[in-house]
Ligand binder design. Sequence first.
Ligand code: IVH
Length: 688
Amino acid sequence: MVSIEQIQEQIEGLRRQLSYHNHKYYVENSPEISDFDFDKMMRTLVDLEAQYPQFYDPLSPSVRVGSDRTAEFASVAHRYPMLSLSNTYSIEELSQFIDRIEGEKGATEFACELKFDGTAISLTYERGRLVRAVTRGDGTTGDDVTTNVKTIRSIPLTLSGSGYPDLFEIRGEIFMPYASFDRLNSEREAAGETLFANPRNAAAGTLKQQQSAVVAKRGLDCILYQMAGDNLPFTNHIENLNAARSWGFKISEYMTLCHGAAEVIDYINHWDEARKTLPYPTDGVVIKVNDFALRRSLGFTAKSPRWAVAYKFKAESALTKLLSVDFQVGRTGAITPVANLEPVLLAGTTVKRASLHNAEQIAALDIRVGDMVYVEKGGEIIPKITGVELAERTAECKPFEYIDRCPECGAELVRFEGEAKHYCPNQSGCRPQIVGRVVHFIGRKALNIDGLGGETVELLFENGLVRDIADLYSLKAADLAVLPRLGEKSADNIINSIEASKSVPFARVLFGLGIRFVGETTAKYMAAHFKSLDAVMAADKEALMESDEVGDKIAESIIGYFADPVNITILERLRTAGLQFETEVAERKSDVLAGKNVVVSGKFLLHSRDELKALIELHGGKNQSGVSSNTDFIVAGENMGPAKLQKAEKLGVNILSEEEFVALIGSDEIPKVEEKVVEVQPIQGSLF
Ligand code: IVH
């Protein structure tokens, strides 16, 4: 018989061993056991913890696996604000920074470090245990992302060694190594999902994921570069970070002490080249005064410390020959010029194609076929041409003439006001537009019609079987089975899948129509707001803009779509085919709000306005657009209209906050927040 004490010992022993091997692998890069043995040990621990919940520990190495629970991120105020660094691209300005300090303070030690290109994080440790991880946010308050951060293997959950203060913060950069980034984007590509533009966006997006199990799989890493606290063991930066390394943190091995501008410049020049061989992205070098007393005497400006500066590397560029220009026609008719280049190595990959954006840009840079051009990898996936080396231009390079007819169907191109792109207006006769619309329609996030891909759609088009999305619903298995590469079985599968798409919810049908600017999220909000296609069609511009996410530009595009009789005919055929044109009414959750008239006004933290309205209906209430004498209460968020507020006060209508409302309906629903793939500003931090 194994005693409960023995079980506890076994659990603790496993935890100690797993922490040790985890550190060996993820921080020191020198594993002592195989992945297989590590996984086996981890499974034993997970099983034992499930069996003996009394030994639960929030910092057990098993939390590294993450959970599939949906997380909310609480806002947390930073104990020390996370300030930014002043930036420079110029060696001259950098020398001035050093000379100024040395002029004032005499010979100074500077710590030089790489500037890691990810997203800043502040970790709080109490008595050697990780208690909180907070993003930079606005520098004063950030999001509590502890659950996600615990899955990052190189971040110690409990510290080893000795000499750490009882309470301190350590800050650093969470980033995505290139290998993880490439893997993630290929998975997303295969699944038809939007790609992350760069590892920085991917790191920031991943950190805000609502399920830590997803974070755990994405291979984030973290290097720490700054400490804050009252009882740090040393009075300078480098010694403190070396101590932190001994407690288990990953500290950059490339941090160096330099004296005087010449040494700092050597460091920069070395890393401007050497960084190309690093497995993770960096975008500069950070130069910091090493000594804390000196830092204190230099102080801060409003935004950044006077004792540190970031020198940013120029984006990598390469010079190569522009061989030709192709013009691609997208599903919306937008024309995109794409440059074909003589292959050249740039930031670790061979580049053969680059984007040229539009006619204006080509003219502004006077780019000509045959020119030697500069290519850069900016924030986007596809590199771009940034200039021409005029010294190498030959007499054969003739000025570039932009096309005025569609390269696919020959229609005369048009321009829309305020838009730099040319468009092919021949929506119903231009092959790539038709095929593109059908491919979009059958996509996983739209009607999810399996078995059909781009190539098959091309085939259907060429054989005259599909000219628009509604034609899909007249297809017969016999039509398909005779096509090359399609047997009877796959033909049947396709037909079944088309049949199944008739029950796909309205929001996805709306997205599938491919109305310009109506993305997946906008379609969801519109479906929740309008509840039927008929209501969308009946809405004028003002009414359309009442839906979350719909602004001026989107509203105009929607109106344009429904003004086209070709689209109306297609919609009628889809309706006859039996597609969902109405939002399903969700089952009542309770009668808490039965007979109550409610107004929702302002901006909210946890829900969108339409989500709140949906919740009101789910709990038996009625939504009102304006406050009146029969309004029972208002759910008020930030920036509620002053007129509404005044009226509410005059009529004595109750005002509830979002939290009070959620408590009232007793909702345990945590709304799903879309993963935002956004350009994140260079994140900034501060040393106390
Ligand atoms: S020190 C007050 N060191 O760059 C300065 N920052 O533009 C605290 N960063 O917010 C930051 N590598 O997100 C520091 N070795 C490094 C860094 C680094 C990357 C980021 C960090 C910071 C931003 C400043």
